[in-house]
Write a protein that binds this ligand. Structure first.
Ligand code: TXA
Ligand code: MG
Length: 319
């Protein structure tokens, strides 16, 4: 049976809450991407969630909370972690902190780690579900493992429709790019995954640069930063100013008129706006991937949100 796709009316939200309380799997919109939610404290539901995604079980999940009170029952917040939460929650920031004794998030959801990733989404539907269940919900992006993250309900239905219970639809996601993941453990805060909150805004609050473990050769790789992750089937070429004939072109900004005949061109943001490009990235990749086997991508500046966009593009290239 295929999961129903319902506009997020009060009735549909009540139905989702009832399903979640019974261990069901519900695709919920957030301001970043659609997440596949279940009760964070129900190991049987979490096991079904991993199976639905086809995700390796060593990849830990984010516990979504409705505010700092619920967060502080799951994790231990240092002064720095608390400052980041106060500044950027609710919003597209995930904090990895040591596990609190009072936690509900089960070991399977944490992939056995004694740390926990926590995020308070600003999306009213996500907040209503968490408040309605009264417990944190784990929610990885609602795509099959290795596919690009879903930014529309139809993407979720295509990837997971057969494997889950309900999809709540509120249209396209505001950011279209996953949350920024920051580790606040011993030592200075570290950027584990660039995302919808530009690292520079976090550094401005901290008054210091974030550690970037990914840049240090030999540094342990954060779980879940599996290199090939955001993957279309097509072969991607990055930083292309002049696509070859037959390539589909994912352009950015004002593109020079190319002599070559591209198979198709989609522009992430004709006016060169990185937020607009981030919001379009996954949906445009999916669209081109459906019809073409070679995609050339324009250079994207590595500033602000460009850091996260380039991170996703590099992962999509690696095979
Ligand atoms: O925007 C988002 O963050 C979306 C929406 C649905 O909230 N969720 C999302 O979840 O992207 P997921 O599971 O696709 O990515 C979670 C990331 C992974 O890279 C995972 O390895 C990392 O967070 N993570 C989770 N727990 C961790 C931990 N204890 N230590 C280090 N990294 C952790
Ligand atoms: Mg994901």
């Amino acid at each position: 049976m295929t999961a129903p796709v319902l506009p997020a009316s009060p009735d549909a939200i009540a139905r989702a809450i009832a399903l979640l309380k019974r261990g069901g799997l519900v695709a919920m919109p957030t301001e970043t991407v659609y997440g596949l939610a279940c009760d964070a404290g129900d190991p049987a539901a979490v096991a079904r969630l991993y199976a639905a995604k086809g995700r390796p079980a060593f990849n830990p999940l984010i516990a979504h909370v409705d505010g700092f009170g619920m967060a502080a029952r799951e994790g231990v917040f240092s002064e720095t972690a608390r400052r980041l939460a106060e500044t950027f929650w609710p919003g597209p920031l995930t904090l990895v902190v040591p596990l609190a004794r009072t936690h509900i998030t089960c070991e399977l959801a944490r992939a056995g780690l004694d740390t926990v990733a926590i995020r308070a989404s600003a999306h009213p539907v996500a907040r209503a579900l968490i408040a309605g269940v009264g417990r944190p919900l784990v929610a990885p992006s609602a795509n099959r493992s290795g596919h690009v993250s879903p930014t529309e309900a139809a993407h979720v239905a295509g990837d997971l429709g057969e494997a889950i219970d309900l999809i709540l639809d509120t249209g396209a996601c505001e950011h279209g790019l996953e949350s920024t993941v920051i580790a606040c453990l011993d030592g200075p805060p570290a950027l584990l995954r660039p995302g919808a909150l530009p690292a520079g805004r976090i550094e401005a609050v901290l008054g210091a640069p974030l550690l970037r473990p990914a840049d240090e050769p030999g540094a342990p790789v954060a779980p879940g930063q599996l290199l090939r992750h955001y993957a279309p089937n097509a072969r991607l070429r990055l930083n292309v100013r002049h696509p070859e004939p037959g390539e589909a072109w994912l352009a950015f900004g004002l593109t020079p008129v190319s002599g070559a005949r591209t198979a198709a061109t989609l522009n992430l943001s004709p006016r060169g706006d990185l937020a607009e490009a981030a919001a379009n990235l996954f949906a445009m990749l999916r669209t081109l991937d459906r019809s073409y086997d070679r995609i050339a991508v324009s250079p994207i500046p590595d500033t602000g949100l460009g850091e996260a966009i380039n991170d996703r593009l590099r992962r999509a290239v690696t095979r």
